[in-house]
Design a protein around this ligand. Sequence first.
Ligand code: AAL
Length: 427
Amino acid sequence: MKNKIKHLATLTCLVLALGSPGLAKEAERDSETPESGFPFYLPKEKPDRPLSGAMERLYDAYEAPRPEHNELFSQFKDTKLEGFDYNNHDGTISRRDPSKILYANGKYYVWYTYRHTPKPPQGKGKHTDTLASTDWDLAEIWYATSDDGFTWEEQGVAVPRPPKPHVGWRAVTTTDILEWEGKYYLYYQGFLQASGTRGDDCPVAVSWSDSPDGPWTPHHEIIIPNGAPGEWDQYSIHDPYPLVHDGKIYLYYKSDFDGDPKLVRMQGLATADHPLGPFTKHPLNPVITAGHEPSLFPFREGVAALVYKDGNEHNTVQYAEDWVNFEIASITELMPYAAAPHVPDAFTNTEYGRGITWGLAHFINANNDWSTFHSILVRFDCDLSLDLHDPEMKEHRVNYTPDDYFKRGLSAEQKKRIMDTPSPAAP
Ligand code: AAL
């Protein structure tokens, strides 16, 4: 009886919905009422029965319906690094925005933004020749090596600030490494004015070397220019991140745009046949609509991206089989910021990427105190690799303590708004 009534109702719906494709689809789904309820054991393959929209997506959009069977799902675990001194965390030394981790000469290498100024950053517009506006103003690119990825030995400067008026004279920051035909290339943001003068404006420059230990020769030319006036990347090309694919350099980058009150951050792609360019920006840019510092790795036939913070699709791992059109592959949490993974096949021109298990990242404002603002490098581990099976990394949830939640409680303004809102009058 229940069914008869339901079928009658469905028919009525079908008639009413003729003019509306959305409603018609819903009605059609309803009209195929299955004989029995959805199975108790979650089918591994998409079952041949009518499914709700969410169930369709579960089987169509993800590699597997359970996160632990999805190679592009992982938790992330952070570890403090040994070997870096931060001057008692007084804000005068900062390390941030690490590069991918390179394995060479029997050890791991990382390059990063290093700021050592007499005082902590002064704030946008308050800079001098020796005092920084932002955490990365007046920075240089330094490097460190490690045998195990936990304890690092700082080796000193790799790319200093070149003399004025060369690109990067004010700051060289946020670097990433490329290995190409036996040579090494460091791409970085080359500031020609203090960050914050208008915004965080800069193009990308490059230095090259025959060895990861340097010496590095600056190319002294802008290698990835800002977009034309009015284009999304007209002011900033940030976080250059090169990989090798299809015999070419695929360099992803981020730009800040859309102006006040809050910038949006998206990611674009530029490709080149040679590390010194010319680079061609992809006509479909931006290709990733969320995230901050690009962080990608070859995965199977395509490329995967860690997309954390900023934008609708933050806290996702995304995948693009054609290296351009990204889809969400998983949703996760507590992702590493400015993640710089060890990508063993970053430069091998692989046709089947194996994924990643660890890397470095940064925590900005390490003291949670703006008067001693500085950033620290940190290690993250994960299981986004076809060659690792770590069930702990595939747990579906992170358990936070009540304190974690309370620390992020209402601001004073919010509390006031709530207290000042009159309660609805009693009926
Ligand atoms: C970072 C990066 C770039 C920006 C600044 C320093 O998170 O996106 O490097 O310019 O912040």
